[in-house]
Design a protein around this ligand. Structure first.
Ligand code: NAP
Length: 347
């Protein structure tokens, strides 16, 4: 099969398209023929070895100290089940599914855990749109609903409101009943308004905080600090950075004791519950994915460049074109045979 491969950390051009063995699903896995996959900020960070705020060494330990242990990036995908492992129930060959895995989705086929973050593709969405859901949607759901504990009537500021996570955060915070302000640049004002923001701040003409005071400041970009946000937080408001650092981790501990303003440091993960909830919200017309661009697999390096630019709207998607027929159902008989490309990356 064809896959997007990187064998060294570096600029976007280190990712090229090549031929690799098609993975064989284990007994508890599905083989998904990928139709579309998202290139996320996580893929850019993993490719460039660009980790924020003092987490460089931890990132390298996770991915491979000197070179990437796993040469195929890609977490979010949408496609069709091509084969099912022997122990799998609940999925059949031909099912349209979407989900998030740890690695390997920038390829024509990916083997994923059937019990993982995978669900039927919402019927109203294309594969390109469904692949745009897990990373931003799950992160926003966790940061707004769980870590931020957004309540009806609260005032929430989302900085980076047009980005991969921010575009979902605006919609989810509104769904949770908050009065939402989105900060973005001039060209994205209308988009952010269309996502349901009650107020939009154009950060190119002033402060990203605008004039307001907020119960929650959610900075998805890393352009503010807790100290610089205090004036815009209510007395018991929370500063919630998406790009946490060692510093915000310490601030979170220190502010957890008092009754005043707080910092929360959190890391989201992909869960089945999360993507099922997102599916329900999509089907109910409450939220929608934002797709910046759709590029063919051959333009994977351009996709990485777009993501690295940090001005994408929502998600950047690459589409796959299978060149070989799907492996036969005999894949069911392959017990514990994982492709070299499904090796563990610090899972
Ligand atoms: N902790 C976790 O669990 C977790 C989970 C997911 C992601 N993350 C991290 O969170 C970060 C955000 O991810 P993402 O996918 O949402 O990023 P993204 O899509 O690249 O975000 C781009 C957004 O940033 C805005 N932006 C760029 N420069 C800005 C500035 N100077 N001031 C204000 N806004 C600016 C852009 O808006 P304009 O184009 O309008 O400028 C755009 O909307 C990444 O670093 C990622 O690694 C962490």
């Amino acid at each position: 099969m064809k896959a997007c491969i990187y064998e060294a950390y570096g600029p976007a051009d280190v990712v090229t398209v090549g031929e690799v063995a098609t993975p064989q699903p284990k007994a508890d896995e599905l083989l998904v023929q990928v139709h579309a996959a998202s290139v996320t900020t996580a893929d850019w960070r993993f490719r460039a070895s660009s980790f924020p705020g003092g987490f460089w060494l931890a990132g390298r330990m996770l991915l491979g100290l000197f070179r990437p242990r796993n040469p195929i990036l890609g977490r979010d995908y949408s496609g069709v089940v091509a084969a099912v492992g022997r122990d799998v129930t609940g999925f059949r060959v031909g099912d349209a599914v979407f989900g998030a895995t740890m690695r390997g989705a920038h390829a024509e086929y990916v083997a994923v855990k059937a019990a993982g973050a995978i669900a039927p593709k919402p019927a109203s969405l294309t594969h390109e749109e469904a692949a745009a859901m897990p990373f931003g949607g799950n992160s926003a759901l966790m940061f707004m609903r769980d870590f931020g504990a957004v309540k009806p009537g609260q005032r929430v500021l989302v900085i980076g409101a047009s980005g991969g996570v921010g575009s979902w955060a605006v919609q989810i915070a509104r769904h949770l009943g908050a009065e939402v302000t989105g900060a973005c640049s001039t060209r994205n004002v209308e988009l952010v308004r269309s996502l349901g923001a009650h107020h939009v701040v154009d950060y190119t003409t002033g402060s990203p905080f605008g004039e307001g005071t907020y119960d929650l400041v959610f900075d998805t970009v890393g352009v503010t600090t807790f100290a610089g946000s205090k004036h815009a937080l209510t007395a018991q408001g929370t500063y919630l950075p998406l790009e946490g650092t060692v510093g915000t981790m310490a601030q979170a501990v220190l502010t957890s004791f008092g009754k005043g303003q707080k910092v929360k440091h959190a890391i989201s993960s992909n869960t089945r519950e999360g993507i099922e909830e997102l599916s329900r919200l999509v089907e109910a017309g409450v939220v929608r994915p934002v797709v910046d661009s759709v590029l063919p697999m051959a333009r994977i390096a351009d996709a990485h460049r777009l993501v690295e630019g940090r001005h994408k709207r929502g998600s950047v998607i690459v589409t796959m074109e299978a060149t070989k027929p799907a492996p036969s159902d005999s894949a069911r008989d392959h017990r514990g045979v994982a492709s070299a490309f499904a090796s563990v990356v610090g899972a």
